[in-house]
Design a protein around this ligand. Structure first.
Ligand code: NAP
Length: 299
């Protein structure tokens, strides 16, 4: 069960191994295909068997059940709808799990990841949780990355192989950590989408096409995003002193934006809560401090 791989120049080729992929949805199919393309012996299982046809034509073996699929390989990669499904599928395989490594690339939340990790551990197997930052089309490209947490030794054993999906980043031995990072990072992404919808709604209220205002939004956000590491450093240091854009200025500016948005007949449901966070800090006497201090309203 070794994946030390061989390194030639800058390319590292993982040693061939046996891999089972359970779940052949949009992502799971690409994961299995990537492993097959690397020359591994791949066994697959999916609830709807027809999704395995193309993979079988490329050399994969179709297992008749999750238990048969687990018994076929050292490494078990699971990628299904949710953690309940993972648990339901793995429970009948318990007797076959000992000595294997389960890498769960299903999206989930921290506590279910910890519970699943503990259950897999009780069966004598190692558990690694993963959060995939790729879409099926970008798996295996330089843009793709995957966060992993859980059993460090198991991760190290398969690291070279996992790198073929996207750069593999181990974030800690608590199995719940990859989902914590995932929730954190995706929260930021949805915040960005919230801002986008607000932009398009305000622009649209004056007849501006979404494409036109979005072009400017992307240009401005590309500049504004550079402020984030500085804010993060202030938050980590707990030092919110600033000589530039403070909370007072931003609270007033955002209040104007909210008023103008209402005048345009557009809802402020997405932005008003941010203004409330600013105001809470201002009312506590922190108006002269950095906008990053708004984090204290969330804690
Ligand atoms: N697609 C992406 O870009 C992407 C990116 C990052 C993370 N993810 C995560 O990866 C996971 C899979 O995503 P996906 O895009 O591959 O989803 P998907 O195309 O909808 O596939 C879902 C998979 O789950 C299986 N499944 C659902 N309910 C089941 C049940 N009760 N019993 C057994 N199998 C069941 C499906 O089987 P059937 O084929 O039989 O329906 C299918 O294999 C999700 O957690 C998703 O959040 C996806």
């Amino acid at each position: 069960m070794s994946d030390t791989g061989s390194t030639t120049g800058e390319t590292t080729t993982p040693a061939p191994t046996t891999i089972t992929v359970i779940g052949l949805g949009n992502l799971g199919q690409v994961l299995a295909r990537t492993f097959l393309d690397q020359g591994h012996q791949v066994t697959v299982w999916n609830r709807s068997q027809d999704k395995a046809d193309e993979l079988v034509a490329r050399g994969a073996t179709l297992a008749a059940s999750p238990a048969e699929a687990v018994a076929a390989s050292d490494l078990i990669v699971v990628c299904v709808l949710d953690y309940t499904t993972v648990r339901d599928l793995l429970t009948p395989t318990a007797a076959a799990l000992a000595g294997r490594v389960v890498v769960n690339l299903t999206s989930g939340t921290p506590d279910p990841a910890r519970e699943l990790g503990a259950w897999v551990g009780k069966q004598g197997a190692a558990y690694v949780d993963g959060a995939v930052y790729a879409i099926p089309q970008t798996v295996g490209t330089p843009e793709a990355f995957v966060l992993y947490s859980g059993d460090a030794e198991a991760f190290a054993r398969y690291r070279t192989l996992l790198e073929t999906l996207g750069s593999a980043v181990f974030v800690g031995t608590d199995a719940g950590l990859a989902p914590v990072y995932d929730v954190a990072v995706l929260s930021g992404m949805y915040g960005m989408f919230a801002g986008f919808f607000q932009t398009v709604a305000v622009g649209g209220s004056a007849g501006i096409e979404a494409a036109k205002v979005t072009e400017l939004l992307v240009r401005w956000l590309t500049e504004a995003i550079a402020a984030l590491p500085g804010f993060a450093a202030e938050i980590d240091a707990g030092d919110y002193r600033t000589e530039t854009s403070n909370l007072d200025i931003n609270a007033v500016g955002l209040a104007h934006i909210l008023a103008a948005t209402k005048e345009q007949g557009v809802g402020v449901d997405l932005l008003a809560p941010l203004h409330a966070l600013f105001e809470r800090q201002v009312s506590q006497g922190h108006g002269a401090e950095s906008m990053s201090r708004a984090i204290e309203s969330l804690r």
